[in-house]
Design a binder for this molecule. Structure first.
Ligand SMILES: [Zn+2]
Length: 213
């Protein structure tokens, strides 16, 4: 089974793939035919805190498997203090519904690590493309990293450091990229010098551990 843990594209559960569709608005239309993660993206906080009640209500749904993507982004236009308030509320929700957090983090690693300290639910940093220092901290704290289309870019940090991340900490995702999850699995196997089947088996285990599905 191929597992795409973070996508914004319409996707259906098939015999060969599981996709977690990420919604940053219209939380009420989380599609029961596929898994969803719901949360306020730091780029799009116009409906926060207005729609927090909706997020609270649907966060408990069976088809909602994670809260996010949420987090902090130092280079977007959204007021940083507002981002912190929204992120704090979403961490609290994830803890209440006991579901993992999918994190968007841009140049705010110290703040994000501080806010996640002592949070008991699993944490996945999505779209990872940073160097070994951040990676080491993520793994040391028992968090997870999800790699996307940056794996295909010969110049990227993601591609350079992917072979050294422990396999039990890894996920793959298509996010908004025009790439298939199968292509990312093939590249992951190539970079690890292993079989696609090995990646499939390990990521299934990781998915069960983190998302309990
Ligand atoms: Zn995304």
């Amino acid at each position: 089974m191929y597992i795409d843990i973070h996508t914004h594209k319409p996707s259906q559960k098939t015999a060969e793939t599981i996709a977690v569709k990420s919604l940053w608005q219209d939380f009420g239309i989380a599609d029961a035919s596929c898994y969803s993660s719901i949360g306020f993206h730091p780029w799009h906080l116009d409906n926060w805190p207005k729609d927090m009640e909706l997020l609270e209500r649907y966060g408990d749904d069976e088809c909602v498997v994670a809260i996010g993507e949420c987090g902090l982004d130092r280079i977007c236009q959204t007021d940083f203090a507002v981002q912190i308030q929204s992120f704090e509320a979403q961490i609290a929700l994830a803890v209440r519904v006991n579901k993992p957090l999918i994190i968007h983090c841009v140049r705010a690693w110290d703040e994000v690590f501080r806010m996640l300290k002592n949070v008991a639910v699993p944490v996945v940093f999505h779209g990872f493309n940073k160097g070994p220092a951040v990676l080491e901290q993520i793994c040391a704290m028992g968090y997870y990293v999800s790699f996307g289309s940056a794996l295909l870019n010969p110049e990227s940090n993601a591609r350079k450091h992917f072979p050294f991340v422990p396999m039990h900490r890894i996920f793959l995702e298509t996010d908004i990229a025009e790439v298939t999850i199968e292509t990312l699995y093939a590249e992951a196997a190539n970079l690890r010098n292993c079989k696609v089947e090995d990646v499939i088996l390990q990521l299934e285990t990781n998915f069960h551990t983190v998302f309990r599905k």
